[in-house]
Design a binder for this molecule. Structure first.
Ligand SMILES: *Cc1c(COP(=O)(O)O)cnc(C)c1O
Length: 396
C-alpha cells in the first residue's frame, strides 16, 4: 500500500484491503483474512475468481501461442467471432481490449455508418447519449459524461454528442434530427447506481431508432453476459439493439477483452486500416473469451442470476428499516442508497470490508452489489447478515 501510494498515480482511492489470492466468490488478503467479493471486478468476474474452465482455457493457450498481432491469422479468432456472433444473434464481431476502447470503436462505427450509409453530411454526425452515463474515461467518452471528476480540466472536448435524460423517450425523440447516427445507451446504468429505466423505455428507444434510421447501440459492458439475469439486459427487456458493446466479463476476469458486435450491413463500414489494435483479438484473450461464451451458451448461469434476483430483493428489502433509503435490484445486481445521515457510500464500504464483504461505492451515498453469478443462497445470507451488521455499526 505504501509503495503504491509513493510510486503509483493516485487515480484510485482503494479500500485498505490487499488481496493476495482468490477463488470463486472469495478473496483472501495478505494477512489471511477472507472476504466475500461483492464487486467482482465491476462484473468482470461474473464467473467468479479463477473459474476452472477459464483457467484451463488460459493455461492451454499459454502453452500454444499468446500474440500474433492482426498482421497474421491465428486459429482462435475465427471461432471466437463465430461463437460470439451466435451468442448475440448478430453477424460480425470486432474485438478490442478495454471497455472504453470498445465504446470508442462503436462511436467510430456509428459515425462511419452515418456518413457512408445514411448519408449525413461530412463532419456533422451527432450521437445521442443519456444523462448519468458511464462509458469509460477516454477524452471522447468523458466529453459527454456528466461525471465532473473524470470530465473537468480535460478539454478541449470532442463535439458531436447530445445528452438527454435517461428513461425519457419523449426527450430522446425531441433530440433526434437528420444528423443523428446513433443512440448510445446502457440498458441499465451500472455506475449511476444500478438505475433501471422505466418499463417500455428500451422498446421505445428501439422503435425511435428504427423509425429515424438511427443505430441503437447498447453498452452492455457491465449489464451483459448474465449480470441482468439474461445474456443481455436488452434481451431481458425484449429488445434487440443494432450494436452490442461488450467487455468486462468477456475476458473472464483474466484478460482484458472487449468487442463490438453488429450485423454485416453496419460492420462493413470498417475496412482494412480504418481501425485496429495491437492486442485486440489476441490468441490468449479470445481463447478465454471462447471459454466464457461456452459457460453462457447453456443459459443456466443467466437463469440462476434471474432466480437470485428475488432472493436478493427478499434479503435487502428488510434493511430499509436499517438506513437504506433506496434499493434497486435487477438480476444479481443491486444499487443501495444509504441514508446520508448515516454516512457516505465509502463509509459503508469501509464497514462492509471490516465485516468481510468487499463492495464499492458508485457516488455519494450509493453502493453497488454485484457478486459473482456463481454465488449461492447461503453466501447471499452471509452477505446480508454482514450488511445488516455494517448498517447497525453506522447507526451506532
Ligand atoms: C466499465 C464500463 C466501461 C469501461 O470499461 P473499461 O474496461 O473500464 O474501459 C464502459 N461502459 C460501461 C457500461 C462500463 O460499466
Amino acid at each position: 500500500m505504501a509503495l503504491e501510494d509513493s510510486y503509483g498515480a493516485h487515480n484510485y482511492h482503494p479500500l485498505p484491503v490487499t488481496v493476495a489470492t482468490a477463488e470463486g466468490v472469495w478473496v483472501t488478503d495478505t494477512s489471511g483474512r477472507r472476504y466475500l467479493d461483492c464487486l467482482a471486478g465491476y462484473s468482470a468476474l461474473n464467473f467468479g475468481h479463477r473459474h476452472p474452465a477459464l483457467i484451463a482455457a488460459a493455461t492451454e493457450q499459454l502453452g500454444r501461442v499468446t500474440l500474433t498481432s492482426r498482421a497474421f491469422h491465428h486459429d482462435q479468432l475465427g471461432p471466437f467471432c463465430a461463437e460470439l456472433a451466435a451468442l448475440a444473434g448478430k453477424d460480425a464481431v470486432l474485438p478490442m481490449n478495454s471497455g472504453a476502447e470498445a465504446v470508442e470503436t462503436a462511436l467510430k462505427l456509428a459515425r462511419r455508418w452515418g456518413y457512408l450509409v445514411k448519408g449525413v453530411p461530412d463532419g456533422q454526425a451527432t450521437i445521442i447519449v443519456a444523462d448519468g452515463n458511464f462509458h469509460g474515461r477516454t477524452i471522447s467518452i468523458i466529453s459527454f459524461s456528466g461525471d465532473t471528476e473524470a470530465h473537468d480540466n480535460c478539454g478541449p472536448y470532442t463535439p458531436g454528442f447530445r445528452s438527454v435524460p435517461y428513461g425519457d423517450a419523449a426527450a430522446l425523440e425531441a433530440a433526434i434530427d437528420e444528423t443523428t447516427v446513433a443512440v448510445l445507451i446502457e440498458p441499465v446504468q451500472g455506475e449511476a447506481g444500478v438505475v433501471v429505466p422505466p418499463e417500455g423505455y428500451l422498446a421505445a428507444v428501439r422503435e425511435l431508432c428504427t423509425k429515424n434510421q438511427v443505430l441503437m447501440m447498447a453498452d452492455e459492458i457491465q449489464s451483459g453476459l448474465g449480470r441482468a439475469g439474461a445474456t443481455f439486459a436488452s434481451s431481458r427487456a425484449g429488445v434487440v439493439p443494432d450494436v452490442y458493446v461488450l467487455g468486462k466479463a468477456l475476458g473472464g476476469g483474466i484478460m482484458p477483452l472487449s468487442a463490438v458486435v453488429a450485423d454485416r450491413a453496419v460492420m462493413d463500414v470498417i475496412t482494412p486500416g480504418t481501425h485496429g489494435s495491437t492486442f485486440g483479438g489476441n490468441p490468449l484473450a479470445v481463447a478465454i473469451g471462447r471459454a466464457v461464451i461456452k459457460l453462457l451458451e447453456p443459459g443456466d448461469l443467466q437463469e440462476h442470476a434471474l432466480a437470485m434476483e428475488q432472493a436478493l430483493r427478499d434479503r435487502l428489502e428488510p434493511l430499509r428499516a436499517q438506513g437504506l433509503v433506496g434499493l434497486r435490484v435487477h438480476g444479481l445486481w443491486a444499487g443501495l442508497d444509504l441514508d446520508p445521515a448515516l454516512g457516505t457510500g465509502r463509509v459503508l464500504c469501509e464497514q462492509l470490508a471490516e465485516h468481510g464483504v468487499l463492495a464499492k461505492d458508485t457516488h455519494g451515498s450509493t453502493i453497488r452489489l454485484s457478486p459473482p453469478l456463481v454465488i449461492t443462497t447461503e453466501e447471499l445470507d452471509w452477505m446480508t447478515e454482514r450488511l445488516a451488521l455494517s448498517l447497525k455499526a453506522l447507526a451506532g
